[in-house]
Design a protein around this ligand. Structure first.
Ligand SMILES: CC(=O)N[C@H]1[C@@H](OP(=O)(O)O)O[C@H](CO)[C@@H](O)[C@@H]1O
Ligand SMILES: [Mg+2]
Length: 547
């Protein structure tokens, strides 16, 4: 009965949920039972993994302040294995129904994965972003953890999403192989995050011979938790103190989160966020609300805004690593590739394939797809969504090869430096997930090493004019895609009409897919001129509406 009382405290009915692109997400009001259910599922997942530490992040990223959400992170810091998403969905929806339905769903899940709750132990680390609903939802989550029994949870308080991914993975070091379920939950301190990445930065600066940033950097932190963490990590650090300014840093003002600022605002509106002046010299960047995305931008001498989005980040890193691999003489042994989605600008894909001669792979939207492809296809896999969410992953085998070469083979100073730099960049980049802070540091290090201005970076290729629109339809589930979301298989006949519209404009490309995070269908169009891109978007938008 005590267990049921715990459940009832957080029970609400009336909504159904689905574990989507980024976990569960909705208006925060109805999320309490979902949080309770996630406490239970994360506990069972950890038991299933013989006590490895599982992470849980309470956030709704770039969404408005009244939203919230939650996602489960696996022991190596990656998104929860996809086959568990439907289990999480079942338990969450049963928790919105009744206690009986909930207990039944939990037993079914335990049975199907072979977990005996009374005989096993689980370990969880949890964190939340700066949203006002966070503390309440955390309580619902912790009640769920308590309900499972035998699960130890450590609450980090507020973190950025990538900090939680990183700290979860660090909690498992040495444990993934040696799972003694009697061991207590290791408490990796938040400072491990700062120390790891700052120490890589310092070593890179030493080897590359720079002792300050190339130019002033303004960070728009979207009034999110990233502001608090940048302040802690960088603003008192001698290297950054002088040249880094932080704006939209009011993370206590929950209502201002992502409001007229942040990575999503800048990418969608293609203009400066509130609080950033175009006239300021140097470079600017914007994080999203949980600091797992970053985009850069600057204004030229004619005050024209230039966006350096996820595609530009990927291309800069691809060019940089390609040169380092050649300098190190390992381009034959270590494969390099870029992973994008259909939203990547066509010019960026052409630049990577034709100019850089680096292979490109395209996956469906959602970081889990890109991450998986980057890890499985390449030794150094660079992946970014156009909106700025991405990272670089390095295979342990390739890193070992580089380390061996560095230690055992006589190489010239140029190759020696290149080997050292690749190894150090693998430590400067948070490989568990896209991370606004460490991606920003990696980009600033590359710009310093190349001695590139923002203009030089931007001039590598010119984006094709493009347009992204959201179409609200009665039922988005009828829109089914194939070929990494680039073509529709349903509703029948629509793709042929889209193809005909594309054929009417120069360098046209357009596709339609149902959003995984919003109740809408997205239409993307690009073409040789702005007029044609807008025309194509409008035509396809109208086609979607008629279906
Ligand atoms: C076009 C676009 O930007 N889509 C975003 C958005 O997904 P949708 O499935 O398109 O709603 O949110 C995802 C989660 O944050 C992010 O991974 C993705 O890139
Ligand atoms: Mg985010």
């Amino acid at each position: 009965m005590e267990d049921q009382a715990l459940f009832e405290q957080h029970h609400k009915t009336g909504q159904t949920f689905s574990y989507g692109t980024a976990g569960f997400r909705s208006k925060s009001d109805g999320l309490d039972p979902v949080m309770f259910a996630v406490g239970v599922v994360a506990g069972i997942r950890s038991m299933f993994l013989e006590g490895s530490v599982v992470g849980v992040m309470i956030t709704a990223s770039h969404n408005p302040p009244e939203d919230n959400g939650v996602k489960i992170v696996d022991p190596r810091g990656e998104m929860m294995e996809q086959s568990w998403e439907k289990l999480a969905t079942q338990v969450a929806n049963s928790a919105c129904e009744s206690y009986e339905a909930f207990c039944h769903a939990v037993s079914v899940v335990c049975m199907s994965v072979g977990v005996k709750r009374s005989a096993m132990k689980g370990r969880i680390v949890v964190a939340r972003d700066s949203r006002a609903s966070g503390p309440r939802l955390l309580q619902a989550f912790l009640a769920g953890v308590k309900w499972v029994g035998n699960v130890e949870a450590y609450d980090y308080g507020t973190l950025t999403t990538p900090q939680l991914h990183f700290l979860a993975s660090q909690s498992n070091i040495g444990k993934l192989e040696d799972k003694t379920s009697a061991a207590p939950l290791p408490r990796v301190h938040e400072t491990a995050y700062y120390d790891t990445f700052l120490s890589a930065w310092t070593s890179i600066a030493q080897i590359a011979g720079f002792d300050s940033l190339p130019y002033p950097v303004t960070i728009d932190a979207a009034n999110g938790i990233g502001a608090a963490k940048v302040r802690e990590m960088l603003l008192n650090h001698p290297f950054f103190q002088k040249d880094v300014s932080l704006v939209n840093a009011d993370w206590h003002a929950a209502a201002l989160l992502n409001h007229q600022c942040g990575a999503d605002f800048v990418k969608t509106n293609q203009r400066l966020p509130q609080g950033v002046e175009g006239s300021r010299a140097g470079i600017n960047c914007s994080f999203d609300g949980d600091a797992d995305r970053v985009v850069f931008y600057f204004c030229d001498s004619e005050a024209k805004f230039h966006l350096l989005d996820g595609d530009k980040l990927a291309t800069l890193l691809a060019r940089f690593f390609k040169t380092l691999l050649e300098d190190a003489g390992v381009q034959e042994q270590v494969s390099l590739g870029v992973v994008q989605t259909a939203y990547a600008n066509g010019s960026s894909t052409a630049y990577i394939e034709r100019i850089l001669q680096v292979p490109v792979s395209c996956t469906p939207t959602g970081v889990k797809h890109l991450h998986h492809e980057a890890v499985t296809r390449f030794d150094i896999g660079i992946y970014f969504e156009a909106n700025g969410h991405g990272t670089v992953v390095f295979s342990p085998q390739a890193l070992q090869k580089l380390q061996d070469k560095l230690e055992t083979v006589e190489v010239g100073p140029h190759a020696h430096r290149a080997l050292q730099l690749i190894l150090l960049f693998s430590k400067l980049i948070n490989q568990t997930v896209g991370d606004a802070i460490t991606d920003m540091l990696a980009i600033l290090a590359v710009l310093s090493i190349l001695k590139w201005s923002p203009e030089t970076w931007d001039s590598e290729y010119t984006d094709l004019p493009n347009k992204l629109v959201k179409v609200v339809v009665p039922d988005r589930t009828i829109f089914k895609t194939t070929n990494a979301e680039r073509q529709l298989t349903s509703p029948p006949g629509l793709q042929a009409k889209i193809d005909a519209a594309i054929a009417r404009v120069l360098r046209g490309r357009s596709f339609v897919r149902a959003s995984g995070t919003e109740d809408a269908v997205r239409v993307y169009a690009e073409a040789a001129t702005e007029t044609e891109a807008h025309l194509l978007a409008k035509e396809v938008d109208e086609l979607v509406r008629t279906y």
